[in-house]
Design a protein around this ligand. Structure first.
Ligand SMILES: [Fe+2]
Length: 262
């Protein structure tokens, strides 16, 4: 794994050492202050490009195209909101997904399953333990966004999202986010409407570099990936971990997300 991950800079393999604890503490502090942490240069030079070479033939020919209009909640309606409330404004998401079962033995899957990474992530998220998912499709997804495509405004279902950027687009394809736009007690529909109208002064844009591991707390922080411009597609791996072992999606969920049950 030392050829793939920069374990000199990020000592995941020295669990419990002083430098490992420093990295965990720094990551926890960033999550608290900024709602995310980034390990830039997590991949050794050339590894992101190698991972893209492994995935691109599958992405070009057999990826699942997801194209839909949705609101920021991914829900058809919100009981306390009129259907024409500006917080329910529709936006469009278009993406291409490659599932874990299509890239067995790939560099990306070997990183996903690397146990020191799983334990490091658990420590930063304050979890007793984390586990890889058993679902053959959902455990790792690689998403691509081509010119004119975007992952539009949403809140995440899960508390944390772990991603690894493999390739950046020439322009666009940036993470735009509005920290703590809502809270568990306050849905802040007026604030959501303001953001969707492009009038929220607290929205921020982060341009990530390929090879960066990002952990993001996206349940109450609205976020999107801005529309990609130019010929190079943005490619990002999404890693799914759970506190319980053996988690899978239902067949219905797989069809909904990937267009197939197996
Ligand atoms: Fe998200």
């Amino acid at each position: 794994m030392n050829d793939i991950l920069d374990l000199d800079r990020y000592p995941l393999d020295r669990e419990g050492s002083a430098e490992w604890r420093r990295l965990v503490e720094r990551s926890i502090e960033a999550l608290r202050a900024d709602g995310m942490f980034n390990l830039e240069g997590f991949l050794r030079p050339g590894v992101a490009e190698q991972a893209v070479r492994e995935i691109k033939p599958v992405m070009d020919t057999r990826s699942h195209v997801h194209k839909r209009m949705h609101n920021i909640y991914f829900k058809p309606s919100i009981p306390e909101l009129a259907p024409d409330h500006p917080a329910l404004r529709k936006v469009e998401t278009i993406s291409h997904t490659v599932c874990a079962d299509q890239i067995p033995g790939s560099t990306v899957i070997s990183i996903y399953e690397y146990q020191p990474l799983v334990r490091f992530l658990a420590a930063t998220m304050g979890k007793e333990e984390l586990h890889v998912m058993q679902d053959p499709l959902a455990r790792t997804n690689v998403m691509a966004y081509r010119a004119g495509e975007a992952l539009n405004w949403h809140f995440d279902r899960s508390e944390f999202t772990t991603t690894l950027l493999l390739q950046q687009s020439l322009r666009g394809g940036d993470l735009e986010y509005r920290t703590d736009l809502r809270s568990d007690d306050d849905p802040n529909y007026e604030g959501v409407a303001r953001l969707l109208e492009g009038r929220d002064p607290d929205a921020r844009i982060l341009r990530m570099k390929p090879g960066t591991l990002n952990v993001f707390r996206g349940k109450n922080t609205a976020h999107r990936v801005t529309t990609v411009e130019g010929e190079r597609e943005r490619m990002i791996a999404v890693f799914s971990y759970y506190e319980k072992p053996g988690v899978t999606f239902s067949a219905e969920e797989r069809v909904g997300f990937y267009g197939r049950a197996a």
